[in-house]
Design a protein around this ligand. Structure first.
Ligand SMILES: [Zn+2]
Length: 378
C-alpha cells in the first residue's frame, strides 16, 4: 500500500509524512474518521513505511525491498493484524479465539481492496446476530508477540482495525502495553467511533482525524479505478456521503442490476421466439450462480414486471426505473396486463420458494422460462 493509493486526506498524509521525516513516529497512533474515508489504507501504508528497510525521504515505503513486499501482502512476520472476530460454530467462547483463526479471510479481503466496508467483513464472517469483537485472547496474543524480538530485526507494528470493538478486558490488557511501550513497537489503531474507546487508551494515543471524502474525490477515484463515465461516477459519489466503500458497493449493485436486466430482456425475447434451446441455456447459466444471487434475480424480475404493468397507466412518479429499463418498458409494457400479471408474480414466487427449498435450479429456471413464454402471449 502506497500513499499514492490513498484517496484525498491531504492533511492526514502531510501529518504522517512529517512524522516519518522527523523520525518522530509516536508509539501509538489513533486514526479516526467515518467509514470509507481511508483509515485502514493509511494505517497499512504507514505500517509498510515503518517496516521498510529503506523508506524514501518523503516517507513513502520503497515498495520493493523484502519487507515492503511482505508488508504489502499483509504477510510480514512483524506486522500484527488485529480485527473483530466471532467464535466458530463449534467453539464455546469468543474469549479463546484469536485473529489467527480468521487472518487468511481478512488478508484476502483487504488485499483485494483496503477500502473495506464493515458489511463486507460481516458477510465474510457469516455473521447473523453476533457482534464481532476484539477478544482478550487476541490482546494476550499481541502482548506475547511483542515480548519477542522482531523476527526481521526491525520494528514491530500492530494494526488494530475497528479498535472500538475491543471488549473491556482486551482494552485493559492492551493499555498496559501502551503504558509501558517496548522499543521499536508501533500501534496504529483505526476507529469510526473514538468515543467508545477507553479514555485511558485515547489519552495514550496520538490522534489523526480523517475527514469524509468530497464528492469530487470519490468521483475521480471511481473514474480512474473503475473506468466509470463522468455522469455515473458523479451520481454514485453524490449518494456515497463521503464514503468510498459505499460508492463501491453501490457500483456493485448497479453492475448486478445491469446484468439482471440483460438476462430479463434476453429471456423475454427468447419467449416470444419460442426458442426452447436458448431458454434452456439461459436456465443453465443462472443455475451456475449461488442461491442468494438466484433469489435476488427473481426479486429483480418481479420488480421489473410490476414496473412494466404500472407503466401502462402512465402514472407519473409511480414508476422507479433507470434509463435502460424505462426505454425497454416503452416496448414491453403492453405485454404485461391484467390477464397475466398475477400469473407472472405467482410463477416468480413459486420459483423463489423452490430455490429456497433446494430444488434443482436448472429445472426451476427452465420451467419458469416455459411458463413465462405462455404468459406473455395472454
Ligand atoms: Zn521497502
Amino acid at each position: 500500500m502506497r500513499y499514492a493509493d490513498i484517496i484525498g486526506q491531504e492533511d492526514a498524509l502531510r501529518a504522517v509524512r512529517q512524522m516519518v521525516s522527523d523520525r518522530r513516529i509516536p508509539h501509538a497512533l489513533l486514526l479516526t474518521g467515518p467509514e470509507g474515508c481511508g483509515k485502514l489504507p493509511l494505517a497499512l501504508a504507514l505500517a509498510e513505511t515503518l517496516l521498510c528497510q529503506e523508506p524514501e525521504a518523503d516517507g513513502e515505503p520503497c515498495g520493493h525491498c523484502r519487507n515492503c513486499r511482505m508488508a504489502a501482502a499483509l504477510a510480514h512476520p512483524d506486522l500484527h493484524l488485529t480485527f473483530p472476530i466471532i467464535r466458530r460454530k463449534n467453539s464455546t467462547s469468543t474469549e479463546q479465539v484469536t485473529c489467527d483463526l480468521y487472518v487468511d479471510e481478512w488478508r484476502e479481503m483487504v488485499t483485494a481492496s483496503p477500502y473495506v466496508a464493515w458489511d463486507t467483513w460481516l458477510n465474510t464472517l457469516g455473521v447473523e446476530n453476533q457482534q464481532p469483537i476484539i477478544t482478550v485472547a487476541e490482546a494476550n496474543a499481541i502482548v506475547s508477540r511483542l515480548s519477542l524480538h522482531a523476527s526481521q530485526g526491525g520494528r514491530k507494528v500492530v494494526v488494530v482495525w475497528h479498535a472500538e470493538l475491543m471488549n473491556e478486558q482486551a482494552a485493559n490488557k492492551l493499555l498496559k502495553t501502551l503504558e509501558e511501550p517496548t522499543p521499536d513497537t508501533h500501534f496504529i489503531l483505526t476507529t469510526t467511533k473514538p468515543e467508545r474507546l477507553l479514555e485511558t487508551i485515547r489519552s495514550r494515543t496520538q490522534r489523526i482525524a480523517l475527514r469524509p471524502l468530497s464528492e469530487q474525490q470519490i468521483a475521480d477515484a471511481l473514474t480512474t479505478r473503475h473506468g466509470l463515465d463522468d455522469n455515473t461516477a458523479r451520481r454514485l459519489a453524490h449518494n456515497a456521503c463521503g464514503s468510498y466503500t459505499s460508492a463501491c458497493s453501490m457500483l456493485g449493485v448497479e453492475e448486478e442490476t445491469a446484468e439482471f436486466f440483460d438476462l430479463f430482456v434476453l429471456i423475454m425475447r427468447k419467449c416470444f421466439q419460442s426458442d426452447v434451446k436458448s431458454m434452456y441455456q439461459w436456465a443453465d447459466r443462472i443455475a451456475s450462480w449461488g442461491r442468494e444471487r438466484q433469489k435476488a434475480f427473481l426479486a429483480y424480475c418481479q420488480r421489473l414486471v410490476r414496473e412494466n404493468f404500472m407503466a401502462n397507466f402512465r402514472l407519473e412518479g409511480l414508476t422507479y426505473m433507470n434509463a435502460r429499463e424505462e426505454e425497454f418498458a416503452t416496448r414491453f409494457a403492453r405485454f404485461v396486463n391484467e390477464r397475466n400479471i398475477i400469473g407472472f408474480m405467482t410463477q416468480l414466487d413459486d420459483a423463489t420458494r423452490e430455490i429456497q427449498q433446494n430444488v434443482n435450479a436448472r429445472m426451476v429456471f427452465f420451467d419458469l422460462a416455459m411458463q413465462m413464454a405462455l404468459l406473455v402471449r395472454r
